[in-house]
Design a protein around this ligand. Structure first.
Ligand code: X2X
Length: 334
C-alpha cells in the first residue's frame, strides 16, 4: 500500500505515530532539590539541564522541582527516593542525607575546616570519592560536588559573640548533628523543614537558624525576618548532584560521560556563584539592615571549644578511618 491510497485520517495517524516514536527517544529527567527557586542550588540545577541538553542535542532535558515538592516537602526523603529510583536526580546537601548515610556528617563536623582550599581538598579529593562509594551502596551515584557553604548563625534576640550568647535561644536546625551542636552550646534546637522555617522565624516560633550566606540567606531573603548574623563559620555543608543508580545503569558509557561532564561543569559554576555571593554578602546584609558580627580568632576558638563534645560524638559515629581521611586531605591543603 502506498501513501496515495491512504485516506487523510489514516495518514495523520501514521504521521502522529512516527512523531511519537521520535518523542520517546528524548527523555526528561526529574530533579528534586529542597531550597527555593532563587537559590544557587536552583541555578546549578538549571545549568546542569542546559549543559546536558546541549551535549545531547536536546535528547535529554531536566525538569527542576524546588522546595522538595517531589518528596512532599520532606528534604530528608529526597535521597532515599533517588536511591530507589522514584526520582531521577537530586541536588541536596550533606546534612540532609545523614539519616540515610550518617557518614555524610563528616563534612559538617564543627570547625573541621579553616578555608575553601581545605574544603576543596576533601570534596574534590579522596574523602569525596569515599563518600560517593558509600552513597553508591544506597543506589545514588554522585555526579559532582557543589556548595551550600559555611553555615552562619542568625537570630532575632541578640548579637552572638560567645557561646554564652547562644544559651536558651530557640534554634531551627536542619538535621541530627546540628541538634547535638546546638545542645553543646546551650541552645534549644528544633529540627524543622527548610520549607517551614521562614514562617516559623517570622512568627517567632523559633528565634534563629543557621545557613550559608551566598547560597541560601541572601537568595531566600532571610534578612527580611532576622536581625543579627554572626559569621562564625561553624560548619561546612557541601551539596552534590546525584542520579539514581537505576537511571545511570540504563545509559551507555558515552551517555554517562555526557551526564557526568554536565554535572561537573554545573557544580563548578554553582560553587563559583555561591562563593561570589558570600564574599559580597556581608556588605549586602548590612545594607539590608542586619547587624553582622565577625568574631575574632579568640572568639572563634571559644565556639570551637564549646562544640568539641558534638565533634567527638559525631566523629565516632562517622568512624575514625573516615575522619582520618578528611584530616589528612585537610593537612595536605595547609
Ligand atoms: O535546610 C537547610 O538549612 C538547608 C537548606 O541548608 C539544607 O538543605 C541543609
Amino acid at each position: 500500500m502506498t501513501f496515495s491510497k491512504l485516506g487523510n485520517t489514516a495518514l495523520a495517524t501514521l504521521l502522529a505515530g512516527a512523531m511519537m516514536v521520535g518523542a520517546a527517544a528524548a527523555e526528561t529527567l526529574r530533579l528534586s532539590h529542597n531550597t527555593g527557586d532563587t537559590t544557587t542550588w536552583q541555578k546549578g540545577a538549571e545549568k546542569f539541564g542546559e549543559l546536558l541538553s546541549e551535549a545531547t542535542d536536546g535528547e535529554m532535558t531536566v525538569r527542576v522541582f524546588p522546595n522538595a515538592q517531589l518528596a512532599g516537602g520532606d528534604q530528608m526523603r529526597q535521597a532515599e527516593m533517588v536511591g530507589r529510583g522514584a526520582v531521577d536526580l537530586v541536588v541536596t546537601s550533606a546534612i540532609n542525607v545523614t539519616p540515610l548515610v550518617p557518614e555524610m556528617a563528616a563534612f559538617s563536623l564543627p570547625y573541621l575546616y579553616a578555608n575553601y582550599d581545605e574544603v576543596d581538598a576533601t570534596t574534590q579529593g579522596e574523602p569525596g570519592a569515599k563518600l560517593a562509594e558509600i552513597l553508591a551502596g544506597k543506589g545514588i551515584i554522585v555526579l559532582a560536588w557543589g556548595e551550600n557553604g559555611f553555615r552562619e548563625v542568625t537570630n532575632n534576640t541578640r548579637p552572638i559573640h560567645s557561646p554564652e550568647d547562644m544559651k536558651g535561644l530557640n534554634m531551627r536546625v536542619a538535621g541530627p548533628m546540628y541538634i547535638d551542636v546546638m545542645n553543646a552550646l546551650g541552645a534549644n534546637p528544633q529540627q524543622m523543614q527548610w520549607g517551614e522555617t521562614m514562617t516559623a522565624l517570622q512568627q517567632g516560633v523559633v528565634d534563629g537558624q543557621e545557613n550559608p550566606i551566598g547560597a541560601v540567606i541572601i537568595p531566600q531573603q532571610v534578612y527580611e525576618v532576622q536581625k543579627y548574623l554572626t559569621a562564625w563559620h561553624y560548619s561546612y555543608d557541601p551539596i552534590f548532584i546525584g542520579i539514581s543508580q537505576k537511571k545511570w545503569d540504563s545509559y551507555d558509557a558515552e551517555t554517562q560521560a555526557k551526564v557526568k561532564a554536565a554535572a561537573e561543569e554545573a557544580m563548578a559554576y554553582q560553587r563559583d556563584i555561591s562563593r561570589e555571593a558570600t564574599a559580597s554578602g556581608i556588605a549586602f546584609l548590612r545594607d539590608k539592615g542586619m547587624e553582622v558580627y565577625e568574631p575574632t580568632a579568640e572568639e572563634l576558638a571559644a565556639f570551637k571549644a564549646a562544640t568539641q563534645p558534638a565533634f567527638d560524638e559525631w566523629a565516632a559515629k562517622v568512624g575514625p578511618e573516615l575522619v582520618e581521611s578528611f584530616q589528612s586531605a585537610i593537612d595536605g591543603a595547609k
